[in-house]
Design a protein around this ligand. Sequence first.
Ligand SMILES: [Fe+2]
Length: 363
Amino acid sequence: MIHLLSHLSYVAITTPDVEASVEFYKTEVGLTEVARENGSVYLRCWGDYYAYSVVVVPGDEPAMETMAWRTSSPEALEEAVTRIEAAGVTGEWFDGYKIGRAYRFVGPFGHSMTLHWDVERHQAPGHVASIYPDRPERRSKVAGAPRQLDHVTIAASNVDEFAKWYNDVLGFRIMARTVLDEAPISVFSVLTTNEKSHDLGVVLDGSSRAGRINHYAFWVDTYEELLIAADTLMESGVAIEYGPSIHGIGEQTFLYYREPSSLRIELNTGGYRNYVPDWTPNTWKPSLGSSNFYKNGAMPMSMTESFPRPTARRRPRRACPRSSARRCSTPTPGTAEPRRPRPGAAAGGPGASAFPLRFKEEP
Ligand SMILES: [Fe+2]
């Protein structure tokens, strides 16, 4: 298989209060607003190479509308779509905002994924243009502002099946997984499209809702910047949910907090690079320090919360129309979802009933 995907290009999230979320991203996270289109707000980190990396979309509840990946070439985009449809999933082509012709589909566990090759590279306005040729814009003056978007971690009812599908169909390398000490149940796995330890994570979902997100993450260049971000968040009254500390898997330094919708975001830095093309995934246990390298602090139970919350009424998801990525979030009663290869594998499937109580989210 040719190398299909190059990296995560943007994440679109929904929020009931767009203005509150956007203000938070600008003042507390350090992103810059670049555009508004059909009610959605497009934001970027100072070091992102393309026009935007975060889209804040109006919605009833915090959720992920889609995660977008740039392919490795125009041919890779066509090949990826061929492979997706051969696996029994049908998406739709559409014209995306500043990404041109793109393909959006809903994977077997209900997650929307957008693939594209075309991009519009960021051109910084003169007052924020960098003096350095490689930088798309000068460094942010917000303390601890991330350089770029880093990864997304979703929730699925079967971690290993999720990883296998994205490995088989789109070539994500499976890097590691975590199996409970008490039972042979996979609760976490990390996958990557490149040399990073992961740009796609998956946590076990004990709810009956499909297509949920646990968090998405930004990258800061240094450990010191991450600590400064933690400091300024505390001074601003923003609670830090977990960290700063270091994950065993990936060895990144991490910091988790919530944006106003309650959606979890992460800052991370460090970690290893892995270029091995035929890597064999390692199996961790929580007792080995998979989430906490130092094994000196339990992950808070709140970290198992994913979005949208399981108690809210599910909004139907539909495939994307050709003319507008924004309208993909608008439910249309009676509109069929794209076909999925294994409907029985959706949330609530095998493994969910055996979900240990200490990892279980509310029903
Ligand atoms: Fe993460």
